[in-house]
Design a protein around this ligand. Sequence first.
Ligand code: ADP
Ligand code: MG
Length: 672
Amino acid sequence: MFDIDLSYLKINQNKVALLQEMGIVTIEDLIRFYPSRYDVIVSIPPVLVDEKTIFEGVIIEEPKIFFIRRNMSRMTFKVQYQDTSYSIAIFNRHFLRTHLSLGSVVTIIGKLQSPNQVVASDIKLQSLESLSGFHPIYNLKSGITTKSMSGYIKKGLTFVDKDLIDFIPENLIQRYQLPYLKEALWQIHFPKDEVHLKQALKYLKYEEFLKFQMTLLFIKRNTHTIDVGINKTFDTQSLQQYIYDLPFVLTDDQISVSKEILQDIQSPHIMDRLVQGDVGSGKTVVASIAIYANHLAGYQSALMAPTEILASQHYRTLQKLFANTSMHIALLTGSLPAKEKKAIYRQIENYEVDVVVGTHALIQDALQFKKLGLVIADEQHRFGVNQRKKLQDKGDKVDLLTMSATPIPRTVAMVLYGDKDVSAIHTMPSRRKTVQTKVIKTKSMKPILPQLEAYIKEGGQCYVVCPLVEDSETMDLQSATKIYDAMCAYYKNKIRIGLLHGRMSDEQKDQIMQAFMKHELDILVSTTVIEVGVDVENANMMVIYDAHRFGLSQLHQLRGRVGRSTQQSYCFLFTSSNDQEALERLTFLENETDGFKIAEYDLKLRGPGELLGQKQSGLPSFLVADIMKDFNILERARIDAMEIIDHIDTPQYYSIRKYLEKKIEKNETYLD
Ligand code: ADP
Ligand code: MG
């Protein structure tokens, strides 16, 4: 790694500042700033009128310049190509005049206007042969040209040339017949030809995935496998009794996932399991079984949720579920008065609390457990690895269970979660009705107003979701504020309407959400900030504006906000799109309720970045590799990484180990 400052390269200070703005701070950043694409220059002889042409000619007539206006010029000259002469016209390049002397060879890029006339868009002072091939194009800030970027990169590569050490071990370079890093980096920036470029790409993609997989495994190794966990024992009879006393019968999926979790708890490994399942599929109930087993084994549990609302909701749920047990439950959130917080700290320290539910407040150093045995992280992608680890470190060899309501296909799970064990709940408890979903081609509420008003009159509540907060001029999208204003004006005070969006403070958001939960509001107009997992049983109608703007998984997630009770619920997907594909995509949701199937469909259509909604996806971003297109390379890298990790302490992997240690020290773990 070359954490060396760019100043060593003697680049103009202003340009260095621009580079820094682009995130290029070290020489490593610079040489890893790969082209976004390549321009290919190949010969296209001037044959077809009106078509693009690229050819090499000899200048046979001196250029003449006409100034049309002060800064606008037209230059003409003649070149000989094979046995024909062509007159060339080019605008605003009069500064090239001095280089265009009789007899010199130039390459003309332009369009053949008539059989002997070319309007050039560019003139290169080199021969076509020296130009042809792949020309890197970089995504640059204005102020830096591709040419100067190539120059900086050349300086950078030359500077570190002798010190470029391969991350990929020698035996794997041999096995896959890869070039060395040095070669790969030179070729990605200055490709000799297509073959070399492809080899370079192959190297860099594999390297990127291998680094990623190694990082995941290395973290896991450091936190888990070195320590052998505790094989907890608990009274299975008591646990059976708890499950038997639940007010419902567990679904098959709940039973099998519970079994997997209980095996983890009993086994000498430290549990690191992810439970995926749609909102309402019954994950919290499964979590309660884990908590109870952990309690019976003589340990405390902590359940961490990303927001106060979700934490208090979990708290109430656990209170209900554990009503017939002797479990002591505490709620710990940041907004508690200091005095109460301290009292709860003391109770937890003295093991007067069996399970504490909370937000990030659980991570505070002041909180100590007597005997923490299990950490559960809800909506785990909202927490960083380090946050989970920090909580886990409050006990000895603590089991970790994470829960996610964004089901994703196995393939992507592998990338996201490394080698976590993954369990899935596919089926919903049967008493729940499916949300009636309907795609409506409309820009306004008109088509559903009668139904909405009747529903509100009967005492129901409705969500109205919009993609943006404020109107943007460039896009004709419905914004939350605009809709809110329009609805308020329309209904005056007859219907109580609230507005919720991401630019509000957490406190404001909480207030509005609470008001909606208490039925002080009938309609909640919001952006997508309405929390995953929030339960408002009385809200059974949802309208989503510009639905084509969302990914299917995200729509499905949003839809999960309604249908929290036994009542029939409705979801209206509004769209004004005429795009047949977009409509087809949305219609898929009308008949599909399985989040995993929806995610798979989404993944095929839109790729993984879109899958979970851009921001909270938590998917690592790769520079050259593409999770979907290069999936076979990723799988390869994963297998290889597992092999390497088993021998990571041997001298041959010394540099890999050092690299990973440094990355983790700097917290560059892909995952946060
Ligand atoms: P999740 O955490 O996955 O969103 P919950 O565990 O909160 O789901 O369950 C959602 C609702 O369904 C709760 O009201 C819960 O009591 C209920 N529930 C859970 N499992 C079952 C079941 N097997 N049968 C009937 N209702 C269930
Ligand atoms: Mg839940």
